[in-house]
Design a protein around this ligand. Structure first.
Ligand code: ATP
Ligand code: K
Ligand code: MG
Length: 660
């Protein structure tokens, strides 16, 4: 299987694959290096990625984006309410998580955000497999550093539903930093501190990263989760909507399609203004047969998005402050993400840091490449240079338990904000029976939206009183793992015993003589000795295995349905082509190989088949198309056969002539 890294963007997704030759970004079915992050539904099949984008404007309510923003959230989450401005479909509650209502296969259905993301990943998987000609299962997925445990687990669930194995999640800016560090050398004394700034479609993420030879450490990260290209587009579209109301007396807010078309042209205009001083905006017959046109210059754009630009320095200040570095200690600033192409953004950042900006990374592909590298480093078949990276914990985590008599502590902040990730801490509780530990985020206010601060519950089983009747010490290994997930690694009972520990004696020859008559020296020390490993039952916000299994089957069924629709379309096209091809050739190439009666009968058959195609055969089944094709070919094939037979004889005759 290939080693694949996926940067799921809110607008566009980029996939990179690590092979022996190096890391390549793969292209999709229309040769693009990124794929629109959209899933859409039609009367027969789904449209995902490029095909979803193509039909978006004619199927707005059944075309769903914002997948990474809503996954792992509930309908009542204010963040989901915020997303409503970007999602035309109706959002609904499905067993406590957010879903979207759509028309699919002639019925109104609802899918959870996790399912929608799974559909998308399933398509990304298919694109990748087609391109690298290898099965894809192991993937490394990038996530915003501000994702909570619940969001991370929801994304992993989505991966599983798409029959992928997410071996690891990596924070987006960290993945970019890996891309930066892996192929560079930092000789002794030339460590470097780099500020990474990623402004994409929906989010603005910053990390301060310290590089040394063969390793990097994220010192601090900060975010503005409501800052991206779409906020710019929204502000500009509102401006044009107002202008058109005055100028043309139309309100594009009253017409979803009109609004959406203006939005599309606004985004285009915004991009033009990154390279030009002025740009036009035109939409023909936007609504009520009115054509609209306008023009904007860069200064006007900057004025319209000023409230956004004013927020630009906040995450920079936070990250620098938390990194405990001074601005002078930052060696360079690397910009990535599509929105950092906006000149006003570049200027503001450059002014803030007081140094020129660098664009050494490919700003659209660095994250996916970093992820592919990490995936390769987990692969048993690929050899990659060892690279160490440490991330930073965003939200403080507290573990809690029911205290027993004489215990004064019932909770402990174990992983504070700013702690290294991954990391392990061991706590000791004295228990002689099954007990529970729960984890939650310490400060719900710091979380991105109203995500559940509850993280998980672990039931630890099998502790028994000691021979003396006491509760044994239970050592519990708490962990924030390499994907940023909070978990309990293991739990075991331990007793403090006096054990003889060998005293390390440096042997002068450097070799150990087994024949030595001297007994090895040792001294008694008090030590925790591991006794029984305890079973752990782990409950998180992830889907139950049985539920997930059902969703995997559902997804597989939809993939089959899509494939069937595509196959049917192929058969229909083949039939259509056959009719036109044979109709032309029957009076031309094959004219001498059929009697007039035969030809006229065949022509009648072709005409009838064509009539059928535009009538009831417009929407027939795959087997009907095949049957119709076979019916025609039973006659046409014979004629064709005579032609080829004659051709063959002609060639043989010529050959004989040459041989004579
Ligand atoms: P996110 O990281 O928020 O999940 P993403 O990774 O999909 O989203 P990017 O691909 O980094 O986002 O950036 C897309 C955004 O960049 C869009 O809003 C797009 O309009 C904007 N963008 C792309 N090119 C330009 C340009 N030349 N000038 C201004 N904006 C641009
Ligand atoms: K992207
Ligand atoms: Mg991005």
């Amino acid at each position: 299987s290939g080693s694949v890294g996926i940067d799921i963007g809110n607008a566009n997704t980029v996939v990179a694959v690590a092979r022996n030759r190096g890391i390549d970004v793969i292209v999709n079915e229309v040769s693009n290096r990124s794929t629109p992050s959209l899933v859409a539904f039609g009367p027969k099949n789904r449209f995902i990625g490029e095909s979803a984008k193509t039909q978006e404007i004619t199927n707005l309510k059944n075309t769903i984006g914002s997948l990474k923003r809503i996954v792992g959230r509930s309908l009542s989450d204010p963040e989901v309410q915020y997303e409503k401005q970007f999602i035309a479909g109706e959002l609904v509650d499905i067993s406590g998580t957010v879903g979207v209502k759509v028309w699919y296969q002639g019925e109104q259905t609802a899918f959870t955000a996790t399912q929608l993301l799974a559909m998308y990943l399933s398509k990304i998987k298919a694109i990748t497999q087609a391109e690298i000609d290898m099965p894809v299962t192991d993937v490394v997925l990038a996530v915003p550093g501000w994702y909570t445990d619940t969001q991370r687990r929801a994304l992993i669930d989505a991966g599983h539903i798409a029959s992928l194995n997410p071996v690891r999640l990596v924070n987006e800016t960290t993945a970019a930093a890996i891309s930066y560090g892996v192929f560079r050398t930092f000789p002794e004394g030339q460590a470097k501190n780099v500020l990474f700034v990623d402004i994409g479609h929906s989010s603005y993420n910053v990390s301060v990263v310290a590089f040394k030879q063969g390793e990097l450490k994220v010192l601090a990260s900060a975010y503005d989760i409501h800052f991206g290209g779409r906020e710019f587009d929204h502000a500009l579209t509102e401006f044009f909507a107002k202008q058109f109301k005055e100028k043309y007396k139309i309100d594009v807010h009253e017409n979803l399609k009109a609004y959406s078309r203006v939005l599309t042209q606004t985004e285009r205009l915004k991009k033009i203004l990154s390279a030009n001083a002025t740009a036009p905006l035109n939409v023909e017959s936007v609504m009520n047969d009115v054509d609209v046109s306008s023009v904007l210059n860069r200064t006007e754009l900057e004025e319209l998005v000023k409230p956004l630009l004013d927020r630009l320095v906040v995450p920079l200040e936070t990250a620098i402050k938390e990194s405990k570095l001074s601005l002078e200690e930052i060696d360079c600033v690397e910009l990535i993400g599509g929105c950092t192409r906006v000149p006003a953004i570049k200027d503001t950042i450059s002014k803030f840091v007081g140094k020129p900006l660098s664009f050494t990374l490919n700003q659209d592909e660095a994250i996916a490449r970093g992820c592919a590298f990490v995936c390769a480093s987990h692969s048993p078949t690929l050899r990659v240079r060892p690279y160490k990276f440490e991330d930073v914990n965003q939200y403080s985590v507290t573990f809690q338990w029911e205290p027993v008599e004489g215990e004064d502590l019932s909770e402990l902040e174990v992983f504070p904000h700013g702690n290294v990730v991954p990391s392990t801490k061991i706590i000791t509780l004295f228990r002689d029976d099954t007990f529970d530990i729960e984890a939650r985020y310490t400060f719900p206010d710091t979380l991105p939206g109203a995500v559940n601060p509850w993280i998980g519950k672990w039931t630890i089983k099998g502790a028994k009183p000691t021979e003396k009747g006491d509760a044994p010490a239970v050592k519990i290994r708490l962990r924030t793992d390499h994907s940023g997930l909070v978990t309990i690694d293991s739990a075991y009972t331990a007793v403090e015993e006096i054990v003889d520990e060998p005293v390390e004696e440096s042997n002068k020859e450097g070799v150990e003589s087994k024949e030595s008559s001297q007994p090895p020296k040792s001294r008694p020390v008090k030590k925790w000795v591991r006794k029984d490993t305890l079973a752990i039952i782990h409950g998180t916000t992830a889907l139950d295995q049985s539920v997930k299994q059902g969703l995997i089957e559902k997804e597989n069924q939809m993939v089959e349905d899509d494939k069937h629709v595509a196959d049917t379309e192929d058969r229909k096209n083949a039939l259509e082509e056959y009719i036109y091809d044979m109709r032309g050739k029957i009076d031309d190439r094959y004219a001498d190989f059929a009697s007039d009666e035969e030809k006229s009968r065949f022509r009648t058959m072709l005409d009838a088949a064509e009539d059928w195609l535009y009538d009831e055969g417009e929407d027939a089944t795959k087997s009907q198309y095949i049957a119709k094709y076979d019916e025609l070919n039973a006659v046409g094939g014979v004629i064709k056969g005579r032609y080829f037979q004659a051709e063959q004889e002609k060639r043989e005759a010529e050959q004989r002539k040459r041989d004579e």
